[in-house]
Design a protein around this ligand. Sequence first.
Ligand code: CP
Ligand code: NVA
Length: 332
Amino acid sequence: MVSMKQRSFLTLKDFSGEEIRFLISLAADLKAAKRGGYEQKRLKGRNLALIFEKASTRTRSGFEVAAFDQGAHVSYIGPHDSQLGHKETVKDTARVLGRMYDGIEFRGFGHDEVEQLAAHAGVPVWNGLTDQYHPTQVIADFLTMREYTHKHLSDIQLCFLGDAGNNVAHSLMVGAAKVGMGIRLAAPQSCWPDPKELAYCAAVAEATGGTISVTEKLEEALCGCDFVYTDVWVSMGEPDAVWEERLRVLKPYRVNRQAMEMTENRHAKFMHCLPAFHNNETEVGRRIHEKFGLSEMEVSDKVFESEASVVFDQAENRMHTIKALLVATLGQ
Ligand code: CP
Ligand code: NVA
């Protein structure tokens, strides 16, 4: 019997493989219930604070719609909406919000902030992305994988190309290790994962039957994989000065047709947490195009728009999996 009541979710390290699988199944049930029109409201009367120190489309909407569907109320607290950080510490804010709200979502910079919030709020705190981790993303990604293959999570081979030292790559590694999945990361050495994260994941994988490898060689990582995943080359909060070097070293790791062919698996799917730079139709995309002449970055427009792309299923599944997290930790 899995019980996650009143627990915080700061990283996938907080949950066992069994608990991660439970959340994915619960999300699949909740998704079917919403589609079938028989969803039960299990969060009636709950009040949630959603703190966003960085911008968000999917995570914010996921938390809001999940809460509304389940009968809860939310307060959105944006980067300039509260005293947090300007006139009040994380610890004091935690003790105030914990008196009013039943749970708190937090998206911020240093991971220590979400840890402090959880230590002092007295209510569950859910990490909506920090510089180190993006755990709710990975629950959605695993549900999406389950929808696109008959394989058990432990039989899947996942390949990550690009900035393997960022929050999404770290969380995919932890999640994969916990459920016994095979994960291969291909990146230039300057974008390899934090060695401490790698050591932690290798130790967990040894116990769960998972495998983890990091290489500079694309073909080594891609051959035989089921899913090819990438993320932006420069993450929120990183200085503009890193763009030039990142573009230079990561260009060979763009997910394009050749990369998809290197899987030697015609059923291989393309994944991205989004937002993605697959054309120059955004403000940042245009700036990069003008300055460096690139019109697509981590993924080619062809792959992004191809049949193999499951990115909008991932985006939708953010909401169903966040709902599962809310119900599992706070539901009646
Ligand atoms: N994938 C993701 O977290 O998207 P947002 O930044 O839009 O929330
Ligand atoms: N690595 C990206 C993920 C966005 C969802 C970032 O932190 O900006």
